[in-house]
Design a binder for this molecule. Sequence first.
Ligand code: IMP
Length: 200
Amino acid sequence: MKRLIFATGNENKMKEIRMILADCGYEIVSMKEAGVQADIVEDGKTFEENAIIKAEAIRKQTGCLVLADDSGLEIDYLDKAPGIYSARFMGEDTSYRIKNRAILDKLEGVPEEQRTARFVCAVAAAFPDGRTITRRGTIEGIIGYEERGENGFGYDPIFFLPERGKSTAELSPEEKNQISHRGNALRLIKGVIDENTDHE
Ligand code: IMP
């Protein structure tokens, strides 16, 4: 079977992508499994540019079909910060407990209708023939008033889904994958892979 490399070192993302891309006709391997090492500078200005930089760097090394993603949290009241800097916000090594509390402080007294936010995920597919195609998935919510839930990671405890009455840290992994920005982007890119693959 042909190989598809997913450009991440994150095992949780690998699980998610294996579930969503099952039956796509490719064996899905991580960079580690493919024996690829890369120190990639993500200096793009958008989620899409960063995903493209990662996918194309690994395609250049391997010649394989490569997928890469870039994601983050946009808070409208903060002019869409932290956005593409979500991992680096307040320093890469700062705990999310501290980052999340800082965001709650910045939004103190801000009414619900101005607390709108979204998680964004761009996925790039770099094909061996040189084309690169991106797709974006989002999930809309609001910044809550306190941290809630133990599941998920990062900003999940403060990202609240009003229609479910839960933060994304209170969803099971399966529930989150069904509606998440990353799940949505991966399902869209699966369509792109299907359209661009010979199924004879
Ligand atoms: P990356 O795409 O792996 O670089 O992740 C970017 C950053 O965005 C993460 O480190 C988190 O801070 C944030 N982020 C992306 N997706 C999620 C999510 O599903 N929940 C919580 N935080 C997220």
